[in-house]
Design a protein around this ligand. Structure first.
Ligand SMILES: Cc1ncc(COP(=O)(O)O)c(C=O)c1O
Length: 380
């Protein structure tokens, strides 16, 4: 029996069935874009811990920052005894997120927690309750974020009842709906105004590029129209950049591609080189609408996670990982040419940097897939 098989037996007896894994090999160490399992096999790490280890696994600067901080202190709880690194991460978030207006940030542990807090802030600041989310959205697995997430299996099935005052609108999915961004936004706004009422909407919550089960890239203008509608209707525009943030799309944040400046931005995943940290950043007047003590948690902005985040952000800046993401995206261009050669709709292949989508339905047959692969190989 291999070491992984042995571990899998122990896992079956000890770990809840609901927690699943993609591979059955167990990791021994990782770095340089690969995972090495306990049997010495090396795997190319395309998943990066679900879009987390953008600066690499055990990136040297992150490891050193974590080691140094762990020697100084591991935890005080920022709500009890504050420390500089929490403030420094908030300063970075306020600077890096789109928009030059006065901002404030707060730190949490997971993406779902950041989204929950975005909803809290939007409701408190507007005095309204309705939150509008979109088809295909993914925002997490807590009770509120399950309500915000679209897909039933595996995320929601049997876990209800879910939080109330959540409304779902159609997203822009140009490959399927054939609508321009403004047309898709008009359809969503019509539904919101009819079924919710503009004056009841606390926030529109949207991922600039949806990332659950394949990327959904909205048509140009969709996000800008929604953001404009939110502003004229007194609602908060929240961009969930948990997956798209921190250089993944070739810019620090994907909202920049649409020229939008969200009122609130949620971040997590790539922010801290693999340590659990998330952030909520937004207009000072919205963030500070919350009463003193209204935001926080025992571990949110843990000092080791903050040290890791500062090191990860420094690494992204120094190595210009946004430009690197664009470069990786460029390597996918031949796929577009191949699609065109195959008379597939090239509009189907879209996205920013390496965050690109090639719908399976665009590939009508196995021979189309082979042709794409061949063109890719011959042009690389
Ligand atoms: C867009 C988006 N929002 C929220 C989340 C939830 O983050 P977490 O798993 O850290 O709670 C995710 C995670 O995949 C995500 O992609």
């Amino acid at each position: 029996m291999s070491a992984s098989e042995d571990l899998d037996k122990r896992r079956t007896a000890a770990v809840a069935r609901g927690v699943s894994s993609v591979i059955t090999s167990y990791v021994d160490h990782a770095g340089g874009g690969t995972l090495t399992d306990v049997d010495g096999r090396e795997w190319i790490d395309f998943a990066a811990g679900i879009a987390v280890t953008s600066v690499g696994n055990s990136a040297p600067r992150v490891v050193e920052a974590v080691r140094r901080q762990a020697e100084l202190f591991t935890h005080t709880c920022f709500m009890v005894a504050p420390y500089e690194s929490y403030v420094a991460v908030c300063e970075q978030l306020n600077t890096l997120t789109p928009g030059l207006f006065d901002k404030r940030s707060a730190l949490f542990n997971s993406g779902a927690e950041a989204v929950e807090n975005a909803v809290k802030v939007a409701r408190k600041a507007t005095g309204r309750q309705a939150i509008v989310v979109f088809d295909h959205a993914y925002h997490g697995r807590t009770n509120l974020t399950m309500a915000l997430t679209a897909k039933n299996l595996p995320y929601k099935d049997g876990f209800g009842p879910f939080a109330g005052e959540i409304y779902r609108a159609p997203v822009s999915y140009p490959f399927y709906d054939g609508r321009t961004g403004p047309q898709a936004a008009a359809r969503a706004i019509d539904l919101i105004e009819k079924q919710v009422g503009g004056a009841n909407v606390a926030a529109l919550l949207v991922e600039p590029i949806q990332g659950e089960g394949g990327f959904v890239v909205p048509a140009p203008g969709f996000l800008a129209e929604l953001s404009e509608w939110a502003h004229t209707n007194g609602a908060v525009f929240i961009a969930d950049e948990i997956q798209t943030g921190f250089c993944r799309t070739g810019d620090w944040f994907a909202s920049s591609y649409e020229g939008i400046e969200p009122d609130l931005v949620t971040t997590a995943k790539g922010i801290a080189g693999g340590l659990p940290l998330s952030g909520l950043t937004g207009r000072a007047e919205l963030m500070d609408a919350v009463h003193v003590g209204g935001l926080g948690g025992t571990y949110g902005g843990n000092p080791i996670a903050c040290a890791a985040a500062l090191a990860a952000i420094e690494t992204m800046r120094e190595l210009n990982l946004a430009a690197e993401a664009l470069r990786i995206g460029e390597t996918m261009k031949p796929a577009r040419r191949a699609a065109s050669a195959l008379a597939l709709p090239t509009a189907a292949i879209c996205g920013f940097g390496p965050v690109k989508t090639i719908p399976h339905v665009a590939l009508r047959s196995a021979s189309d897939c082979t042709a794409l692969a061949l063109v890719r190989t011959s042009q690389s």
